[in-house]
Design a protein around this ligand. Structure first.
Ligand code: TRP
Length: 444
């Protein structure tokens, strides 16, 4: 069968924005600032930056190297450099993408619905009850399906005509929204108290293994590592690109949005004195506490609230697209099917698989624990070991296009030592959390 030439990004900016779009997701909008507020504020920020540098960046560079070096999607990239046995790791990535997308899309469906409803109807007077009513059941299934269709539609448009085009439009909108809302939030009465809760520098907090683990896990998750997204996206890059430089830009933008989102969320919550609710789940803060705040702010609350949920939906969309692309690219490379067929079949499969999560928060939570935590970290650990210890001369591949940057010896050393060590620690604790989640589901 004659192979069509592989698709390519239209521009470097297009690639970077698509990768940032993948990285900036629901995790940036709340989970990061929540962790910072719980674990030492500014001190956590420093620890997070250190973990991004020591763990996140090396793994990202490893994935980018595999993708650009092979010009293939994950299964074939790993086969190309490591033979049959390592191609199994690519299968793990595809399976993880499938699973994560299935429930991520349920949450994304909520954000989409909140965005649309707020624009047209405003906020409900009883956000808790409202959320309970729409989080599961028929409407949740419907919005989940709608979201999958939207993603499939973008991915069907191709790398340049779909993913890149959507990212180039949506990411600047997202940045502008987050900056704009942060400025508005700074004018609120609760702003100072909110910043204090978010950023007060407590060095003592970060001196524990648990906090280190949280910081590393978040840095890793936030950069969308461990399931082949960066491999897939880099496979559409030209060999001249400077991978180290681009990983820095991607990680910097991802951190910037997470940091800014904290400057949005905390003043809002403190403006209403809802700070006792900060400790609640991610879902609770985003879908109950914040709407409660917006609902009391009259017209301004409705406008800002709508924009906030639009931003959330955009963040979710560009992340979900990247998950779907991993699956679709693998089907195109492996089965020789058209992009259109791959997107429709993968989308349909994911849509079905997500229905249980749209019917039960317990199932959703369990999948998040298993796929979003355990499998991602496992995938990341294995890819680290592969590039660190097994692959023949990854440094030569990364050096292509890297200009004057010359610290690749250090990169490989990190991949051989610090990174697997940290990821193994995170993995072990994640196993514990997964067992807990299973027991909870069985018990409840
Ligand atoms: N980075 C995303 C966020 O911050 C979440 C995420 C983790 C992700 N792994 C991914 C997104 C893989 C897309 C693909 O919310």
């Amino acid at each position: 069968m004659a192979q069509a030439p592989r698709e390519q990004w239209g521009s470097r900016t297009g690639f970077v924005l698509a990768a940032v779009g993948s990285a900036v997701g629901l995790g940036n909008m709340w989970r990061f600032s929540y962790l910072a507020s719980e674990h030492g504020g500014g001190a956590f920020l420093l620890l997070y930056i250190a973990m991004t540098a020591l763990v996140g960046l090396p793994v990202m560079l490893a994935e980018l190297t595999l993708g650009r070096g092979s010009g293939r999607s994950p299964i074939f990239a790993l086969q190309h450099f490591g033979g049959r046995a390592w191609s199994l790791l690519g299968w793990l990535f595809v399976a993880t993408g499938f699973l994560i997308f299935s429930y991520y899309s349920v949450i994304a469906g909520w954000t989409l619905r909140y965005a649309v409803e707020t624009i047209f109807l405003g906020f409900s007077g009883d956000p808790g009850g409202r959320f309970e009513a729409l989080a599961t059941g028929g409407p949740a299934v419907a919005w989940h399906l709608g979201f999958v269709v939207l993603c499939a539609f973008v991915v069907m448009g191709g790398v340049r005509g779909g993913i890149e085009r959507a990212s180039v439009v949506l990411m600047p909108v997202l940045f502008a929204l987050v900056v704009g809302i942060a400025i508005y939030a700074a004018t609120l009465d609760g702003a100072a108290a909110g910043y204090a809760r978010y950023l007060t520098f407590e060095i003592r907090e970060i001196l524990s293994l648990e906090v280190l683990r949280e910081a590393a896990g978040q840095a890793f998750f936030s950069l969308s590592l461990g399931m082949g997204v960066m491999i897939t996206y880099a496979s559409y890059l030209s060999p001249r690109e400077n991978l180290p430089q681009q990983s820095l830009v991607i990680a910097g933008a991802d951190f910037g949005v997470a940091f800014l989102a904290g400057l949005v969320v905390f003043p809002l919550i403190f403006a209403l004195g809802l700070s006792d609710k900060v400790g609640e789940s991610t879902v609770g803060a985003l879908f109950i506490t914040l709407p409660e705040t917006f609902a009391t702010m009259g017209a301004a609350g409705r406008v800002v609230g709508s924009l906030f949920f639009v931003a959330l939906a955009v963040a979710a969309l560009t992340s979900a697209i990247s998950m779907l692309e991993v699956v679709v690219a693998s089907a195109i490379d492996g089965l020789g099917v058209s992009r259109r067929t791959a997107a429709i079949v993968a989308g349909a499969g994911i849509a079905l698989l997500g229905i249980p999560s749209a019917l039960s928060l317990g199932v959703l939570g369990l999948l998040d624990q298993v796929a979003g935590n355990l499998l991602l970290i496992l995938g990341g650990l294995l890819v680290t070991v592969f590039v660190g210890w097994v692959m023949d001369d990854p440094v030569a591949e990364v050096e292509r296009g890297a200009g004057g940057i010359r610290w690749f010896g250090l990169w490989r050393t990190l991949l051989r030592t610090v990174v697997p060590l940290v990821l193994a620690v995170v993995l072990v604790s994640s196993c514990g959390a997964t067992l807990g989640a299973i027991q909870e589901l069985a018990g409840g």
